[in-house]
Design a protein around this ligand. Structure first.
Ligand SMILES: [Zn+2]
Length: 477
């Protein structure tokens, strides 16, 4: 019988400044302002041993070139100055994530140095601090324990790896990252995917960076084929949830052959996009950490934890449930979430308790208006800020306009008519006659052509959607 034992390791960059200096945490595309060259040697941690993985890297004995910028690389990044206190916002986000993962918070915790010899940290170590432990998430196939939540510095990013020299850019070095390590409770590939999605849902509820390279997902796995368990495999860079399933399936096949021959070894492998993988390095041992003596013990008070606990961000899945309960349609729920308009939606819903109307006004009509007026959505969004929607709603409540008028009014506002004027009712009977005259003067045209003619005549006075409605009545296509 084939059995799986798997755990996840997820690294997620936080959307804040750097962790132990006050540099901003953004990446740069421009040429660096200056460069620094260093050489590193394998140094054992205080009392620690140089382990297999460290030796493996040090054997390469390389020159490291670091690309620097004046505004987001400082002497702390270059290991010329001691670290500053931990970034408060990053710590808060790490606490949120830990609590959402049901972890116990470590109230007195020591920043540690983790030996890194591949040159991606100028100092030769990465600062890392344990924030939470012993948590769990629920999946449909059972609980998955959360072993630990760690807050740590991201490494420099690789620009070029050569035979004698590696080039790194220091913009990324020091950006806060949360590492989540689950217990090896996962015994099914679908469960692995579900756990990854669940953790992703929690991360996205917090202030984390988005996009390629901001999240790294590894799967640790071992297998049993009716006998002993195989050695542990660390599969790096399994980014897509669907790829998790492929990776597990493929590694299981590979390990089955190796175990039969007695050739299974613990190793780190790199996941490829097709679900296959390649050898990266032997599995590192455990003796790589020693205390950061430049920083005092990090104390997180009970009060601090309680404040974070009381203000935990809501998960997208919870928000979805809530919006559904309020009567918002599935389509509108996705649009509101996609456009990041949950806050605005809730505020407006308090003024007028009609979920689908509010959502349409907030996320659907602005898109349609942008398309019709050939503007980009940001430009339209800028004109239609929350105050405008509030004023429109107030006028509906005073019965000065009806819900059916709103799309037209918004379009007028976007095309530059002052909000107050846009809200004034047009004499629709008269407008219909005027349009009728235009249609009669040039019979046989399409609605689209009439649209052009009428718009020219009434530009800025009447909305396109209003005209379209009348034209559809008058012209049979
Ligand atoms: Zn810095």
């Amino acid at each position: 019988m084939e059995e799986l034992k798997a755990g996840l390791e997820i690294h997620q960059q936080l959307d804040t400044g750097k962790l132990f200096c006050r540099c901003p945490g953004f990446l740069r595309k421009e040429e660096p302002d200056y460069k620094v060259e260093r050489k590193l040697h394998s140094v054992a941690g205080e009392g620690g041993e140089v382990d297999v993985a460290v030796e493996h890297e040090a054997a390469k004995d390389k020159i490291f070139e670091y690309e620097c910028y004046n505004d987001n690389v400082c002497l702390v990044d270059l290991d010329e100055e001691p670290p500053r206190d931990i970034d408060k916002e990053a710590l808060k986000i790490a606490l949120q994530i830990s609590l959402l993962l049901n972890c116990d918070i470590i109230q007195d915790t020591q920043v540690m140095r983790k030996t890194v010899i591949d040159g991606s940290n100028v100092s030769g170590f990465q600062r890392t601090v344990l924030i939470g432990q012993d948590g769990y998430i629920e999946t449909s196939k059972g609980k998955v324990g959360i072993m630990k939540v760690i807050l740590e510095e991201d490494a420099a990013r690789v620009i070029k790896k050569g035979k004698d020299k590696n080039v790194y850019r220091l913009d990324r070095l020091g950006i806060p990252m949360v590492e989540i390590v689950t217990e090896p409770d996962i015994d099914d590939k679908e469960m692995a995917k579900e756990a990854a999605l669940k953790i992703g849902d929690i991360l996205r509820a917090c202030k984390v960076k988005r996009g390629i390279g901001t999240i790294r997902q590894d799967v640790n796995m071992s297998f049993s084929f009716g006998g002993e368990w195989s050695e542990r495999i660390e599969m790096k860079g399994v980014q897509e949830p669907d790829l998790i399933i492929n990776s597990i399936e493929n590694e299981m096949k590979r390990q089955k052959k190796l175990v039969e021959k007695g050739d299974s070894v613990a190793e780190v492998r790199n996941a490829l996009e097709n679900g296959e993988s390649e050898f990266m390095r032997p599995l590192p041992g455990a003796a790589r950490m020693y205390p950061e003596t430049d920083l005092k013990l990090l104390h997180i008070s009970r009060d601090e934890i309680n404040v974070v606990r009381k203000n935990l961000p809501k998960l997208r899945s919870e928000i979805k449930k809530e919006l559904k309960k309020e009567g918002l349609s599935e389509e509108m729920i996705s649009l509101v979430l996609q456009n990041n308009k949950v806050e605005e939606y809730k505020e407006l819903l308090q003024l007028l308790g009609e979920p689908n109307f509010i959502a349409k006004m907030l996320v659907l009509w602005p898109k349609e208006i942008a398309k019709r007026l050939d503007k980009n959505v940001d430009e339209v969004d800028e004109k239609l800020h929350l105050d405008v929607f509030e004023e429109v709603i107030n006028n509906i409540k005073k019965k000065q306009i009806s819900e059916g008028d709103v799309k037209g009014i918004l379009e007028k506002i976007v095309s530059g008519i002052p909000v107050e004027d846009a809200m004034k009712k047009e004499d629709v009977d008269n407008l219909e006659d005027e349009i009728m005259n235009i249609v009669k003067s040039k019979p046989g045209l399409t609605v689209k052509s009439y649209m052009g003619l009428v718009m020219k005549e009434f530009k800025g006075k009447v909305s396109g959607s209003e005209i379209m409605e009348i034209l559809k009545k008058l012209v049979k296509e």
